[in-house]
Design a protein around this ligand. Structure first.
Ligand code: UDX
Length: 437
C-alpha cells in the first residue's frame, strides 16, 4: 500500500521505517531539512535500538523515502499524522500547531478513497474537528484515530508487534471501509492475534491519555509509598515486590525512585487536566495534580538526601551524576529527572559532573553550563558523592569494589533503586536510596 507519514520525529520515523518493513511503499515527510537528510542517509536522529538497521534495510529496499516536499504525499492512499503535541509554553495544555499545520497541508491533496490516520496524542475533540475538515475538503476521504503506545527504547518492537491496536472511527460505511484499509496495513500483526479494539473517535483519543495517566499514577503511587517508607524505616522495594505479586496490581511500573520524565507522561497528564477543565469535568482529574506533585517532590527529596549524605551541605561538594536520559536505552532528555536534579544541585553550589552513555550531546546542548563528561571514570574521579539517576545496564553492573578506588568518598545515592545495597555496603560504601532504610 502507498503510505505517507507526516512528521518524522520519534513516532513518525519509527512508524515510517516499520511500515516499509511490512512491505508498504512509504514516503516520510517532515519540515526539518536536517532531519530528512539524516533519515535519508540511514541515520536515526535519536538513539533507538534497532532503528538504524531497520532504516538501512528499508531504504535499500527502495520502499522508503524521506522528503520535505509534502506534494509527494499525493500518490499515497493512506496518510498518517505523526507530529508532536508538546506542552504549550507556560501552560498545561497541548500545543496543536503541528497537527493543524499537517492538516492544512494534507486537505488539498486528498483523493476519494484516501484514509487519514491520526496517531499523535491529542486532546479529545481534535479528531472530530479534523474529521469534519477532511469530509469538507474531500467527501470521499475518511479519518481514523489510531493512537500509538510505543515506548522509547522499544519503539521498533512496539510498532511491529504492539500489544493492541485501537481504531477510532465514525460508525458509517465509509468509517468501516477505512478500518478495513487499516486492517490491510497491519495484516501481519493482526494475523498473529494482536487484539484490536474498534471504537468511536472520542474513545480512541481518550485511550491514549488514559493509559499514560494510569502509568503515571502507578509510578506516583509507589513513590508516595516511598515517602511513607522513609518516614517509617520501611523498604519500598520489598513493598512493591509484595503488592506486585497480586495479579490485580502487578509488579511492572512499581519502581520507586526519582520519578517519571520524558516527552510523554508529564505533558500528557497536564494536557489531560487542561482538557478536562475545558470540558467542565476538571474534578475528575484533580488527582493527576497530585500525581504530578508527588513526581516532582521526588526530585527535591533526592537533593535533600544528597545534602544529608554530605553532612548538611552540598556547597563545594564534587557530585558525580550517572545518567542524563529520562530513562535507559534512550538519548531523550525531555523533562529528564536526572538533568533536573543535576542542574539544581549545581545551582545550589555543588560541583557537578554528569555522564550518560548516549545523552551527552543532547545534555550539552540543552544545559551548556553543566559539566558533561563522556565516561564514568571522568565523572567519579575524586567525587565526594555518586548519584545514580538513570538505570543504564552498565551502571547497574558497576563493581562497587573497583569504583571505590576512584572516588574521594565512597558515598552513593541510588535514585532508581536498581543496585544491591548489601553488595555496596559490603564494599564499604555509604549506600542510600529513596524509600529504603
Ligand atoms: C510512555 C508510555 O509507556 C508509552 O506507552 C507511550 O506511548 C509514551 O509514554 P516512554 O515515555 O517511552 O513511554 O517511557 P516509559 O517507559 O513509560 O517511562 C516513563 C518514565 O517513567 C521514565 O522516566 C521512567 O524512568 C519512569 N518509570 C517507569 C519509573 O520511574 N518507574 C517505573 O516503574 C517505570
Amino acid at each position: 500500500m502507498k503510505i505517507s507519514v507526516f512528521g518524522c520525529g520519534y513516532l513518525g520515523a519509527v512508524h515510517a521505517a516499520c511500515m516499509a518493513k511490512l512491505g508498504h511503499d512509504v514516503i516520510g515527510i517532515d519540515v526539518l531539512e536536517e532531519q530528512v537528510a539524516q533519515l535519508s542517509a540511514g541515520r536515526a536522529p535519536f538513539h533507538e535500538p534497532g532503528l538504524p538497521e531497520l532504516l538501512e534495510e528499508a531504504l535499500a529496499s527502495g520502499r522508503l523515502e524521506f522528503t520535505t516536499d509534502a506534494s509527494r504525499a499525493a500518490d499515497a492512499v493512506v496518510h498518517f499524522i505523526c507530529v508532536g503535541t508538546p506542552q504549550k509554553q507556560g501552560e498545561n495544555a497541548a500545543d496543536l500547531t503541528f497537527v493543524r499545520a499537517v492538516t492544512e497541508t494534507l486537505l488539498p491533496i486528498l483523493k476519494p478513497g484516501d484514509v487519514v490516520v491520526g496517531k499523535s496524542t491529542v486532546p479529545v475533540g481534535t479528531a472530530e474537528t479534523i474529521s469534519e475538515q477532511v469530509h469538507e475538503a474531500q467527501p470521499g476521504a475518511e479519518l481514523l484515530w489510531n493512537p500509538e503506545f510505543l515506548r522509547e527504547g522499544f519503539a521498533v518492537q512496539d510498532t511491529l508487534h504492539p500489544d493492541r491496536f485501537v481504531y477510532g472511527f465514525e460508525d458509517t460505511d465509509a468509517g468501516h471501509r477505512a478500518a478495513g484499509v487499516l486492517d490491510e496495513i497491519y495484516r501481519s500483526a493482526l494475523a498473529d492475534g494482536t487484539p484490536k479494539v474498534e471504537t468511536d473517535l472520542a474513545t480512541a483519543q481518550l485511550v491514549k491519555v488514559a493509559a499514560n495517566s494510569f502509568l503515571a499514577t502507578k509510578i506516583s503511587f509507589i513513590n508516595a509509598m516511598a515517602e511513607l517508607c522513609e518516614a517509617t524505616g520501611a523498604d519500598v522495594t520489598s513493598l512493591a515486590d509484595a503488592i506486585g505479586h497480586d495479579a490485580r496490581i502487578g509488579r511492572r511500573f512499581l519502581n520507586a525512585g526519582v520519578g517519571f520524565g520524558g516527552g510523554c507522561l508529564p505533558k500528557d497528564i497536564r494536557a489531560f487536566m487542561a482538557r478536562a477543565g475545558e470540558l467542565g469535568v476538571d474534578q475528575a482529574l484533580t488527582f493527576l495534580q497530585e500525581v504530578d506533585a508527588i513526581n516532582l517532590r521526588r526530585r527535591a527529596r533526592m537533593i535533600d538526601l544528597a545534602r544529608e549524605v554530605s553532612g548538611g551541605s552540598i556547597v563545594g561538594r564534587r557530585i558525580a551524576v550517572l545518567g542524563a536520559a529520562f530513562k535507559p536505552d534512550s538519548d531523550d532528555i525531555r523533562d529528564s529527572p536526572a538533568l533536573d536534579v543535576a542542574s539544581r544541585m549545581q545551582v545550589q553550589g555543588a560541583v557537578v559532573r554528569v555522564t550518560d552513555p548516549q545523552a551527552m550531546d543532547n545534555a550539552r546542548k540543552k544545559f551548556p553550563d553543566l559539566t558533561c563528561v563522556d565516561t564514568v571514570e571522568e565523572a567519579v574521579a575524586d567525587a565526594d558523592l555518586v548519584v545514580l539517576l538513570t538505570e543504564w545496564r552498565e551502571y547497574v553492573a558497576l563493581d562497587p569494589v573497583a569504583l571505590k578506588e576512584q572516588v574521594a568518598v565512597p558515598a552513593l545515592i541510588d535514585g532508581r533503586n536498581c543496585l544491591d545495597p548489601v553488595a555496596w555496603r559490603a564494599a564499604g560504601w555509604t549506600y542510600r536510596a529513596l524509600g529504603r532504610p
